[in-house]
Ligand binder design. Structure first.
Ligand SMILES: Nc1ncnc2c1ncn2[C@@H]1O[C@H](COP(=O)(O)OP(=O)(O)OP(=O)(O)O)[C@@H](O)[C@H]1O
Ligand SMILES: [Mg+2]
Length: 218
């Protein structure tokens, strides 16, 4: 139960922040008597999307601890774009460019929402790397390729890499190099369970001085 609460808290952190900011924005525009109806609709829609995401996270974690619900087919390109969309605002704020190349009709069979959570965790780690050490040109490259019986999604960032003395530990639960208020150290641990135990794949992290590449092979 404790693990489940920590994991839900982990996935809720970002949408909760977005909701708080959206409410502040609404309050500000009411206070200034300057509200633009279209802008408000956009803020409300964004908040509804985030609440739906939070609600889905709860369902996902029921599945996480009892992974026996039916798998479905999904287009990886759509899943990648909805993960980017959830992070869009903060990626724009931190001036991170995201380049996506996906093979046509790249389908996977599995738990789409869990897969999306894995993508979100990896993208957030890349974003965090840029926040820690801003770069002149900050790029995340996502490529999805289908080989014979293996599908590979690779996420590469140029955020400075992961140092050799910690790379062995990054999949351990609660291992983090971030401040307590920023990281719980559950992101990669959960992602590895989803990819390897629920989807029968592999999650691999490689790093150099400059880049980190995370591959999801299914
Ligand atoms: N793309 C990356 N660039 C640099 N370091 C990374 C990257 N991805 C992971 N790491 C390192 O691996 C550690 C563990 O990552 P993990 O996602 O499991 O936890 P976290 O990001 O610290 O916390 P949380 O995911 O709970 O916010 C990070 O603290 C960081 O040191
Ligand atoms: Mg993380």
């Amino acid at each position: 139960m404790g693990d489940m609460v920590s994991m839900i808290a982990h996935q809720w952190r970002q949408p909760l922040n977005v909701l708080a900011l959206n409410l502040q924005d609404l309050e500000l525009s009411i206070g200034e008597n300057s509200f633009d109806i279209d802008e408000m609709r956009e803020i409300i829609q964004d908040s509804v999307d985030n609440v739906q995401y939070m609600s889905k996270v709860i369902d996902d974690f029921r599945n996480f601890f009892q992974p026996d619900t039916t798998k479905s087919k999904f287009f990886v390109e759509n899943t990648i774009h909805s993960a980017i969309n959830i992070l869009r605002e903060s990626l724009e704020n931190f001036k991170v460019e995201v380049i996506v190349t996906v093979d046509d009709n790249f389908e996977l069979t599995g738990y789409e929402h869990e897969y999306q959570q894995v993508l979100l965790n990896i993208l957030r780690n890349s974003q965090d790397a840029f926040i820690k050490e801003p770069k002149l040109k900050q790029v995340i490259q996502i490529s999805a390729k289908k080989r014979e019986n293996i599908s590979v999604v690779e996420i590469t960032d140029n955020g400075g890499g992961i140092s050799e003395d910690i790379i062995e530990n990054i999949f351990e639960p609660y291992f983090t190099t971030k401040h307590q208020s920023k990281g719980t150290g559950l992101g990669l641990y959960m992602s590895k369970i989803i990819v390897e135990q629920h989807m029968g794949g592999k999650l691999i992290v490689k790093s150099s001085d400059e880049n980190t590449t995370v591959s999801i092979e299914i």
